[in-house]
Ligand binder design. Structure first.
Ligand code: FMN
Length: 466
């Protein structure tokens, strides 16, 4: 079927502009769809111009309004879209965009190494639906996938599918409900019993606005400790701009920016035992400023940032109403022990205060005892994805990561466990015998708990408690 020419407005989230990996995929789509017109805007690269210069804003506005379809094309940065792209979404909400987007179709295309790429797509779909658009689909190839013919075929098929959705006005179901406006007042109370930090270093990082609930929560948290607490606003830590995605840091963990961010990290984050991150929900994530902070920490490559640290999140906004955001924030802080996430959602300020106090108390207790919860699926799976990438394709460039992974036992591949491998071979041969299986099968439950028996008699932890 011959379709009418459609106008596709591509919003590019890569700070690298046209020299972006993601843009190679867009170029392929464009060449594979000669009957349609693509107009691309390098949003992240030009974000300061877009913020300050009305001309830039109007060009994008015209292009969006003339388009049949919006294609969000972006790399995944720190489990989400880059901070500059996030800022653009905030501008769309801050400025009057009327019905620029209403009734149009939207789709997302990312490149990444599949480390929480799903979160970036969830976000873009949620935002598109908030802007009144119909969702046509998302596509998330690995960054080098386009080099193979079968993946080229898939990308062309994705292009065909989203253009068909738009052309035929395919019905779509809203996946992410609108975010309700919260109607609460939070007033911090007096802290009766501040917690002695017992020498543990506490850092509170926030981006609170004057007079906001978050400002009150930060004050309440700081007052919950009786020892020294360092409180810093993100505007004061010397970040001059967002991550450029240049990867020059990969060799020696050295950022190309000559601002104060890396030294802030080394002098404040590294020595802290308890870190409290406090942020306000803007659209479906924290602010672009917070995202910039996370992205800029990429100068540390894939090295775990929060080992042995206790982490607390203070959130202003309807966290419980935004599917997936809690997981998203927990994963961003992966590696540390997340003590708690506290929001201003309770109707009673006293409850929020009690939650803050309790988190502060547990933060100190856990820092003293070295308590850390075992990682769950996202952290376990995430480690495996990064471990394989650092050992594999990344190794020649991410040299600092490689050294760290080697030195800290993070190359925990199962094939390196030689003794286990040898014993498994013999065990498997033994288990293949029908006569053995006949004996083992009825007693499977007993065999599974058998190794634990010695724990109850030999555990030094239990002995010390008796
Ligand atoms: C600062 C930064 C953060 C990144 N974070 C992630 C991530 O969280 N997950 C992932 O899968 N890839 C991540 N990557 C890899 C990029 O998504 C990938 O290299 C992408 O293809 C870059 O696209 P671009 O050239 O269009 O910017 C990150 C890269 C950079 C520079």
């Amino acid at each position: 079927m011959r379709r009418r020419n459609m106008q596709i407005c591509v919003l590019n989230g890569s700070p690298k502009g046209e020299k972006s990996v993601t843009m190679q995929y867009v170029r392929f789509l464009e060449l594979a769809s000669p009957d349609h017109t693509f107009s691309t805007h390098h949003i992240s690269r030009k974000i300061s111009g877009i913020e300050k210069n009305l001309n830039e804003w109007e060009q994008i506005s015209t292009s969006i309004q003339n388009a049949d379809m919006i294609l969000w094309a972006t790399p995944v940065y720190f489990q989400h879209v880059p901070a500059q792209f996030k800022r653009f979404v905030e501008l769309l909400h801050e400025r009057d965009t009327g019905n620029w987007f209403t009734g149009k179709y939207a789709a997302s295309l990312s490149t990444s190494v599949h480390f929480f790429d799903n979160k970036a797509h969830e976000y873009l779909q949620g935002i598109s639906e908030d802007l009144g658009m119909n969702w046509a689909g998302s596509f998330s190839p690995g960054m080098n996938d386009l080099l193979e013919e079968k993946n080229q075929r898939n990308l062309a098929a994705f292009g065909e599918d989203i253009l068909t959705a738009c052309c035929e006005q395919r019905p779509s179901l809203r996946a992410y409900p609108p975010i309700p406006v919260m109607d609460r007042t939070y007033t911090p109370g007096t802290v009766q019993n501040p917690i002695d930090t017992r020498g543990k270093r506490v850092l509170i990082l926030h981006d609170s606005a004057k007079g906001s609930h978050l400002e009150g929560m930060v004050w309440q948290m700081a007052s919950s400790f009786s020892g020294e607490v360092t409180t810093c606003h993100l505007d004061e830590i010397g970040m001059k701009g967002g991550c450029l995605g240049c990867m020059q840091c990969a060799f020696e963990n050295q950022c190309v920016y000559s601002d104060d961010f890396s030294s802030f990290w080394k002098s404040r984050i590294d020595p802290a035992d308890i870190i409290i991150y406090a942020g306000t929900i803007r659209d479906r994530f924290l602010s672009a400023k917070w995202k910039q902070f996370f992205d800029r920490s990429f100068f540390l490559g894939h090295i775990p940032r929060f080992t042995n640290k206790q982490l607390i999140l203070l959130i202003e906004g309807p966290l419980a109403q935004i599917p997936g955001l809690r997981d998203n924030l927990s994963s961003v802080l992966s590696g540390g022990n997340l003590v708690d996430i506290i929001t201003d959602e309770p109707e009673e300020s006293g409850l929020t205060d009690a939650l803050i106090w309790s988190a502060a108390e547990r933060g100190v207790q856990f820092a003293l005892s070295g308590f850390s919860k075992p990682p769950m699926f996202p952290a376990v799976a995430g480690h495996i994805v990064l471990r394989d990438a650092v050992w594999g394709d990344f190794r020649p460039i991410f040299r600092a990561d490689h050294r760290y992974y080697k030195a800290h036992g993070l190359y925990d591949f199962p094939q390196y466990q030689y003794w286990k491998r040898i014993s498994r071979v013999f065990f498997s041969l033994f288990m293949a015998l029908p006569s053995v299986q006949k004996r083992v099968k009825p007693a499977m439950k007993d065999h599974m708990i058998e190794p634990f028996a010695r724990v109850f008699t030999e555990s030094p932890i239990l002995k010390n408690r008796l």
